[in-house]
Design a protein around this ligand. Structure first.
Ligand code: HEC
Length: 428
């Protein structure tokens, strides 16, 4: 184990960090076959965009996964009629980059992500031009087939199951619950793909699976469970005991495959804690969330999810933007580290984040958030993994809008407290 990892590792109660796959999956059926050079149309130069030829491919590939009857959005975007009805709000949501939801900057100024939910500037312009032209329909022959809902993993080796239906506490707006799960793993193995299956998406807001790595942590969790009369125990921000982050999910997340040759270790015979954040704004519906994993007996490189926090938060009230920053220098003799992805985490006051590595030869940007949204946090993988070395300094800066507060906000697990962490998926 690296010495500097010790510095970075927070012990108990790591906060939310979520790993969610992109909705706009490259492999979405129907994303091909939409070529505008279809010989059967009499396209003239200067023809404006039509729904079937130009807009449907964008909406079906990048929006339909959530905007469909069984998806998490309240309205569907599968047909011409639906797109036409919502045309003005589609234009403004895409121009402002509110939709598709993705908090990391994917412009290329600070990396791009292989699982980004992101429209190119050209796609946004196409939507704008289509709305401007009065939402012309075009010829249905030119349109792609509606995509199938995203399927699950190709193989499920272990399922972490709450084991019961839990009805969230109606007296709360947000019910954060931790459930102890024994997956019955008889051999140590590595997670190489995951799929979180929320039981009822009307209430499940986030879910995170934490591994318990020793009997002590298991005993502490069992004690918390025993003290609490209802199933599981109350927790916010983390598992409430010493634990290791394994997988997380946020709305819109689908199955995730981890970078080739890497995986997160799961120890034989050990239990885990599943933290589920229930939001009761739709009502209190019973839920039984499951996490399905695909395992490999070995991997070329074990991955760890390492938090890079700025713990020293002391945020004055009434500020439009107040920043907190922290830095860590990697010891000179440390081995080279490959970073595959990043998961930013702040609470509701968070606005911006900038994570970078300062090296002898300059600066590497590890991640940037320009407009944080607590509800859309996710952990994304870089298109090209990054490398940091001994001697490099890692710096994290978070910006907060404290205008709604009348006293100082500090680090903590409560919803009224704040955090500043980048979770880095890495191997060394
Ligand atoms: C990861 C899931 C997800 C994806 C992908 C997604 N949306 Fe949404 N969208 C939502 C949710 C959830 C809401 C909020 C509430 C609702 O359902 O009205 C929303 C709201 C909207 C709204 C209304 C609110 C606003 O901000 O204007 C529009 C318009 C919209 N989406 C368009 C799109 C378009 C266009 C795309 C694709 C380019 C897209 N969405 C992709 C989940 C998603």
């Amino acid at each position: 184990m690296l010495t500097w990892r010790g510095i970075l590792t927070l012990t108990a109660a790591l906060p939310l960090a979520l790993l969610s796959a992109s909705c706009g999956d490259d492999e979405t059926p129907g994303s091909t076959g939409n070529s505008s050079t279809n010989g059967s149309t009499s396209e003239q130069p200067g023809d404006g965009p039509t729904y079937y030829k130009d807009v449907a491919p964008i909406l079906l590939e990048n929006c339909a996964n959530c905007h469909r009857a069984e998806g998490i959005a309240s309205f569907s975007l599968l047909t011409y009629e639906e797109a036409k009805t919502a045309a003005l709000s589609i234009r403004s949501a895409t121009e402002a980059r509110r939709m598709p939801p993705f908090v990391l900057d994917n412009t290329g100024e600070c990396n791009t992500y292989s699982d980004a939910r992101w429209l190119t500037d050209a796609q946004i312009a196409t939507i704008g031009a289509w709305v401007e032209a009065g939402t012309p329909e075009g010829d249905a022959k030119d349109g792609p087939a509606p995509p199938e809902p995203v399927g699950g993993l190709d193989r499920v080796d272990v399922t972490f199951d709450m084991g019961l239906d839990y009805t969230p506490d109606e007296s709360l707006v947000d019910d954060y619950r931790c459930f102890i799960i024994d997956p019955g793993l008889t051999e140590t193995a590595y997670m190489i793909a995951s799929d979180v299956k929320p039981g009822d998406q009307r209430v499940v807001h986030h879910a995170i699976l934490y591994a318990l790595d020793n009997a002590n942590a298991e005993a502490e969790a069992a004690a918390l469970d025993a003290e609490d009369a209802t199933p599981g125990y109350r927790c916010f921000g983390g598992a409430g005991v010493n634990s290791r982050w394994v997988v997380g999910w946020a709305p819109g997340g689908g199955p995730t495959t981890y970078p080739e040759g890497t995986g997160i270790k799961l120890n034989a015979g050990r239990k885990a804690v599943l933290q589920v954040h229930y939001n009761l704004s739709n009502g209190a519906f019973p839920d039984r969330t499951r996490v399905e994993l695909k395992l490999a007996p070995t991997v070329a490189k074990e991955a760890v999810v390492t938090p890079l926090p700025a713990l020293n938060l002391n945020l004055p009230p009434g500020q439009e933007l107040t920043e907190a920053t922290n830095q860590y220098t990697i010891p000179a003799q440390a081995p080279e580290v490959t970073i595959y992805g990043i998961g930013p985490h702040m609470h509701t006051l968070g606005r911006t984040m900038h994570v970078r590595a300062e090296t002898d030869s300059g600066e590497t940007c590890l991640g940037r958030v320009n407009d944080w949204d607590f509800h859309w946090q996710s952990n994304s993988f870089y298109t090209t993994p990054l490398t940091v070395r001994g001697g490099d300094t890692l710096r994290i800066t978070c910006g907060y809008d404290t205008r709604t507060r009348n006293q100082t906000t500090t680090w903590g697990e409560g919803t009224e407290d704040e955090m500043c962490i980048a979770f880095l998926y890495m191997t060394y």
